[in-house]
Write a protein that binds this ligand. Structure first.
Ligand SMILES: N[C@@H](CCC(=O)N[C@@H](CS)C(=O)NCC(=O)O)C(=O)O
Length: 204
């Protein structure tokens, strides 16, 4: 399989971490979307959105990082759940990540990311988490009595939701269970490998 990505991308890191954790051989093709490589006509033929990551497996060309996670977990039967209810629970978190978590975090993190990459936008002096408290509290409440988002083990739900946090070096105070969970994911060998070459400091 081939993965078009860049270590600068949180969505790319989550997909690559799944490859490494599942020990699936992967050819990584770097597409530096932050330097305009996503607009290359050859890449637009692979992914008409010009975004990363994109997975290619034979005839299958798959974009959307959470769909890639599902595909990898499904082919190996790991980072996944054995029963329909467990898989539905994982899917619920993946949809929540796309619809709520990633959009609100993007709002506060993008100016800082763009600034750190030297692309010109001035960030606020400190991150303003006020628009994210509802989502942070939801995760804190959910994680205060469990180690992982679904069941007793790491799943793709954890990889998906931890990914955006690579852009922030700190979480605001008051979310201890969330912080413990983030460190747990960040401490995975596969996570550290996926972050290699990334400009972001590992949160763990
Ligand atoms: N919903 C998509 C989002 C993909 C996405 O926005 N990727 C970013 C990097 S994290 C990107 O390629 N940005 C470049 C651009 O938007 O031109 C996914 O989960 O894969």
């Amino acid at each position: 399989m081939k993965l078009y990505t860049t270590p600068k991308s949180a969505n790319g890191v989550k997909a690559l971490a799944a490859f490494y954790h599942l020990e699936i051989p992967v050819e990584v093709v770097i597409v530096d979307v932050y330097a305009g490589a996503g607009r290359d006509p050859a890449y637009l033929k692979v992914n008409p959105q010009g975004k990363v990551p994109t997975l290619v497996d034979g005839e299958l060309v798959l974009w959307e990082s959470n769909a890639i996670l599902q595909y990898l977990a499904d082919t190996r039967g790991r980072l996944w759940a054995e029963d329909a209810a467990g898989r539905a629970d994982i899917n619920r978190w993946l949809f929540w990540e796309s619809a709520h978590w990633q959009p609100v975090l993007s709002k506060i993190l993008t100016p800082m990311v763009v600034w750190k990459l030297g692309l010109g936008l001035q960030p606020a002096k400190t991150l303003d988490w006020s628009g994210v408290t509802q989502q942070l509290s939801l995760l804190e409440d959910h994680l205060c009595e469990r180690d992982f988002l679904v069941g007793q083990q790491l799943t793709i739900a954890d990889l998906s939701i931890a990914a955006m946090l690579i852009y922030a070096n700190v979480l605001p105070d008051g979310y201890p269970a969330l912080e413990r969970w983030r460190s747990r994911v960040a401490g995975l060998d596969a996570w550290q490998r996926a972050l290699a070459g990334s400009p972001w400091v590992s949160p763990g």
